[in-house]
Design a binder for this molecule. Structure first.
Ligand code: HEM
Length: 152
């Protein structure tokens, strides 16, 4: 009887808590990822894996751009972009994705390779499945602008 009362009381307070919460704005993906510090660490690792990748660099246009464009510059821009796209306070001021990747002839296979590398980095940083999925959806929304149209 006492146990039943405790369970009932716990259930009620949980409901009251849930109702109180539903009036607040849900936390942004930016906040759920932990803000700018963890986002910048994950982007830093991602670019460190992406830039020297031997599979992606068999594409001569990607390889040439890798040798020309500093990784730290990419880290800065991609961090700002992820921060903004997840609801954070940053403002991405780099070029558009279509213009940036237009001459790189990125294929569907190269896109898939990038996604595999990104998933590996998200896993290593123990990003929860829900947040990793939302981030991958944001990245996927840029695919049409980045993959060369003949490869879609
Ligand atoms: C297979 C996939 C990708 C490859 C091989 C790739 C490769 C590159 C390369 C080589 C550059 C330097 C281009 C240059 O300045 O000439 C670049 C720039 C950039 N990429 Fe990607 N990229 C890929 C996907 C993405 C994705 C998914 C995002 C973000 C959603 C992204 C964001 C950027 C940004 C922000 C820049 C810098 C833009 C600027 O210079 O203003 N890239 N990428």
């Amino acid at each position: 009887m006492a146990l039943a009362a405790i369970i009932l009381a716990a259930g009620m307070s949980h409901t009251a808590f849930a109702q109180g919460q539903s009036e607040q704005k849900p936390a942004s993906l930016y906040d759920r990822l932990g803000g700018l510090a963890p986002i910048s660490v994950v982007v830093d690792d991602f670019i460190d894996v992406l830039v020297p990748d031997p599979i992606l660099n068999t594409n001569p246009a990607i390889d040439a751009a890798r040798k020309r464009v500093p990784a730290s510059y990419l880290k800065y821009h991609v961090t700002a972009m992820v921060c903004q796209a997840t609801g954070g306070p940053c403002r991405y001021d780099g070029r558009g994705m279509k213009e940036t990747h237009a001459r790189l002839n990125i294929t569907a296979q190269e896109w898939d390779r990038m996604v595999t590398l990104l998933k590996g980095v998200l896993d290593r940083h123990a990003v929860p499945a829900q947040e990793a999925g939302e981030l991958l959806d944001i990245v996927d929304s840029t695919r049409a602008d980045i993959v060369a149209s003949s490869e879609m």
